[in-house]
Design a protein around this ligand. Structure first.
Ligand code: ADP
Length: 334
């Protein structure tokens, strides 16, 4: 993934562990979600029973995995982590849920990608704490009911619209995580810098926050890259100057756009006079898969007000022309 991708590689997930907040009180911003979760968890603990199943939705890198771990820590229970794509057969899921200890948290990332037969098994596990495991094939097949200890499912999804109705209905608590403000990301950066032992100035934190696309994962990643630069080419302090110089090396511009984002906007503006142009045509113009352009670039470009999706295709907004330092032709955008 690129430097401003909201997705993490395996190696990066390891790097993230050290700065990951462990308790609800350390989780920055998202006050409403925090408050609601606090009530849910305290209520359940007061009754000595596991809380309702929890669905967390929102773009990648905003803290869903972190919150799942926090839920387990606050409840003082174990956590089992898996993901929708990893559960291909219902047997995979049966093995996982029957091995849970009482009260455990089961975290399923990308839960919208779980295979259909496994999803149906999950329903009965969630609702009745029971699963029927089918043994054998054809007429001789028998269903063996197995008990499951009461547990709390924490499901995470970047595409809540893709969840089936029955799945959604089985969550007693749903929270949507939203992009973070620059102020919140500044706070987050100061916290991460403290944990990493990196000196950072107010201006340095503000500069990185402003280029982090509202996403904690990106903020932490840019901090690590600016730290490299500061240590290797400067005095080790993450300041306005080192942040600017480092982010230039990494091709992250003032709005947090990377090379591919800019390529998309530039193609729109230069090759298609601002659009409208179809997604696949645009993708070919920048040499990328349509999926990558649609899922990686566009959400942020749309949110930043640089690109609009219209029924006739993608359109560069006036702000996009300005960001590229060009004058929009009259009346071709909007
Ligand atoms: P997701 O599961 O939504 O993709 P993660 O929970 O893995 O996102 O978060 C990505 C990184 O951002 C983690 O390393 C975590 O430390 C950090 N992070 C996310 N949200 C917060 C927050 N509210 N406060 C502090 N750090 C956060």
């Amino acid at each position: 993934p690129g430097i401003v991708s909201a997705y993490a590689s395996e190696a990066e997930r390891d790097a993230e562990v050290s700065v990951r907040p462990k308790r609800l009180a350390d989780f920055i911003a998202q006050h409403r979600v925090r408050d609601q979760l606090d009530l849910l968890l305290r209520g359940a603990m007061g009754r000595g029973a596991p809380p309702d199943h929890i669905l967390l939705s929102g773009p990648p890198g905003l803290g869903k995995t972190t919150l799942a771990n926090i839920v387990a820590a606050e409840l003082g229970v174990g956590i089992r982590v898996t993901s929708g794509p990893a559960i291909e057969r219902s047997g995979d899921l049966a093995a996982i849920v029957t091995s849970l200890a009482e009260g455990d948290v089961l975290f399923i990332d990308e839960i919208h990608r779980i295979a259909k037969p496994a999803e149906e098994l999950l329903y009965s596990a969630m609702e009745d704490f029971r699963v029927d495991v089918v043994v054998g094939k054809g007429p001789g097949a028998t269903a063996i009911p197995l008990d499951v200890e009461p547990f709390t499912l924490v499901g995470a999804t970047t595409r809540s619209g893709l969840l089936t109705g029955p799945m959604r209905d089985r969550f007693g608590f749903t929270a949507h995580l939203d992009f973070y403000s620059s102020d919140d990301l500044r706070t987050l950066l100061h916290r991460s810098a403290r944990i990493l032992g990196v000196p950072i100035t107010e201006e340095g934190a503000a500069e990185i926050a402003g280029r982090s696309r509202g996403t904690p994962r990106i903020a932490n990643r840019l901090l690590r890259r600016v730290r490299d630069f500061a240590e290797v080419r400067a005095d080790g302090v993450v300041s306005l100057e080192t942040a600017k110089a480092a982010l230039q090396v990494y091709d992250v511009d003032g709005l947090g756009l990377d090379r591919l984002d800019r390529a998309v906007l530039t193609a729109l503006v230069e090759s298609f006079r601002g659009g409208p142009v179809g997604l696949s045509t645009l993708a070919v113009a920048v040499g990328e898969q349509p999926d990558t352009v649609e899922e990686v670039c566009e959400p942020f470009l749309v949110r930043a007000g640089l690109l609009a999706r219209t029924p006739r295709g993608r359109v560069a907004t006036e702000a996009a022309w300005q960001h590229l330092g060009r004058t929009p032709p009259n009346g071709t955008f909007g």
